[in-house]
Design a protein around this ligand. Structure first.
Ligand code: SF4
Ligand code: SF4
Ligand code: SF4
Length: 275
C-alpha cells in the first residue's frame, strides 16, 4: 500500500512526526488505517479519529481490538496484517449485523420540529454531514452521516435521534467499503483543514457553516428559509417540548401534584403556539 497520503495530512497530525518514522512503520500505519471504518468517532480512545489509533497500534503497540464500529472483522484483519494474536473486539451498544458481523450501523436524524437552529451540532460533525445556519432548522444528509454520534452531546434540546441502518450484502464488497472509507477520510481531513483555517482567521465572524451547504446550494436554502416570527415560534415550541419531556420523565418516576399542574400549563401553552 502506498504511504503517499501520509505526506499531506492536516496540521493536527503534525504532532505525530510521521516523517521521522521508518518506511516499514509508515507502511503498516497506512495499511491499518485503510482497514479502519473512518467513522472518526473516537470510541477507540483516540478522539482525533482513526489515523491516530492506527499510529498508536503500530508505534505504541496499542491493542488492535478497540475500534467499536469495526467490530470483530476489523480486529481480526489488523491482527492478520501485524501478525498479532487475535483479540475479542471491544463491545458496541448496537447488536451485531448478521450480514457484516460488525455492529449494526446507525445514522443520525434531526427532529426538525424540535431543532432551535443553535448550530452547535455543526462543528461537532467530523464529516460535515449537517446543513443549516443560525436560527434555522438543521438537517443531516444521511448518505454522508457515519453514525459517529458526536453531534448528540452538544444539542441543547436533545432533538437528534439515531436509527439503525442494516447493510445490504449485495453491495457490501471489500472494494465498496474501501471506496467509502477513502471518501470519509477525505471529508474528515477537509473538515480539519477548514477548522484550522478558521482558527487562524481572526476576521471570521459568521457561524461555522458546512461546506456541504455551499455544495448543495439553493435547493436546501429554499426549504430552510423561514420568516422571523415563524423562527421565534419554532424556538419557543422546541423549548416547551423539551420542558414537557423532562417533566413527563420526572413524573413517570415520581408523581408530584405541582409538577403535574406545571406540565398541563406547558401543554396548553404549546397548543396555543400551534394554533
Ligand atoms: S471508527 Fe474505529 S478507529 Fe475510527 S475513531 Fe471510531 S473507534 Fe476509532
Ligand atoms: S451527523 Fe452526527 S452522527 Fe452523523 S456523522 Fe455527523 S456528527 Fe456523526
Ligand atoms: S444542536 Fe440540536 S438544536 Fe442545535 S442546530 Fe443542531 S440539531 Fe438543532
Amino acid at each position: 500500500m502506498s504511504t503517499e497520503r501520509l505526506n499531506a495530512l492536516p496540521i493536527l497530525f503534525n504532532r505525530f512526526g510521521l516523517e521521522r518514522l521508518t518506511e516499514d512503520q509508515r507502511q503498516k500505519i497506512a495499511t491499518v488505517d485503510a482497514t479502519l471504518p473512518q467513522t472518526q468517532c473516537g470510541l477507540c480512545d483516540h478522539p482525533d479519529g482513526c489515523l491516530p489509533y492506527a499510529i498508536a497500534i503500530v508505534v505504541n503497540n496499542e491493542p488492535h481490538n478497540k475500534c467499536v464500529p469495526g467490530g470483530q472483522p476489523v480486529s481480526d484483519t489488523i491482527a492478520e496484517i501485524l501478525e498479532r494474536e487475535p483479540l475479542i473486539a471491544r463491545e458496541s451498544q448496537w447488536p451485531v449485523d448478521p450480514n457484516t458481523h460488525r455492529p449494526t450501523e446507525v445514522r443520525a436524524v434531526i427532529r426538525e420540529d424540535d431543532c432551535i437552529g443553535c448550530t452547535k451540532c455543526i462543528p461537532a460533525c467530523p464529516v460535515d454531514a449537517i446543513v443549516g445556519t443560525g436560527k434555522h432548522m438543521h438537517t443531516i444528509i444521511s448518505d454522508l452521516c457515519t453514525g459517529c454520534e458526536l453531534c448528540l452531546p452538544p444539542c441543547p434540546v436533545d432533538c437528534i435521534d439515531l436509527i439503525e441502518v442494516p447493510r445490504d450484502p449485495a453491495i457490501e464488497t471489500a472494494e465498496y467499503r474501501a471506496k467509502e472509507q477513502a471518501h470519509l477520510r477525505y471529508r474528515y481531513h477537509t473538515h480539519l483543514n477548514r477548522v484550522a483555517e478558521q482558527m487562524v482567521d481572526n476576521t471570521h465572524s459568521k457561524p461555522v457553516t458546512s461546506v456541504i451547504e455551499t455544495m448543495i446550494g439553493n435547493a436546501s436554502h429554499q426549504s430552510l428559509d423561514i420568516d422571523e416570527s415563524k423562527a421565534k415560534a419554532t424556538i419557543a415550541a422546541a423549548k416547551l417540548r423539551t420542558k414537557i419531556k423532562k417533566l413527563e420523565k420526572q413524573l413517570t418516576a415520581r408523581p408530584n401534584e405541582s409538577k403535574q399542574a406545571e406540565l398541563e400549563a406547558l401543554k396548553q401553552e404549546l397548543a396555543q403556539l400551534a394554533d
